[in-house]
Write a protein that binds this ligand. Sequence first.
Ligand code: SF4
Length: 72
Amino acid sequence: MLKYTNTAGKPCKWYPVCPMKRFFEEGKLDTKWIAAYCLGHWERCIRYQMEESNRYHPDHMLPDGSLDESLV
Ligand code: SF4
């Protein structure tokens, strides 16, 4: 069971529609990303920051901004 690593006790507002959630549920993404960002400090997520400012970012971009070609 995943636990929140933030004090807000809620996930990133984009989590329900974020490809990271889908990749995680498909077993393609390490739990650490979800724990650290989606259920943690989402404001540090590059995807989040780009979403907030309407900047394009590919589905295979990880929360730290790096690209994971295995997710293409
Ligand atoms: S990857 Fe980033 S934008 Fe997507 S749900 Fe997680 S914190 Fe939010």
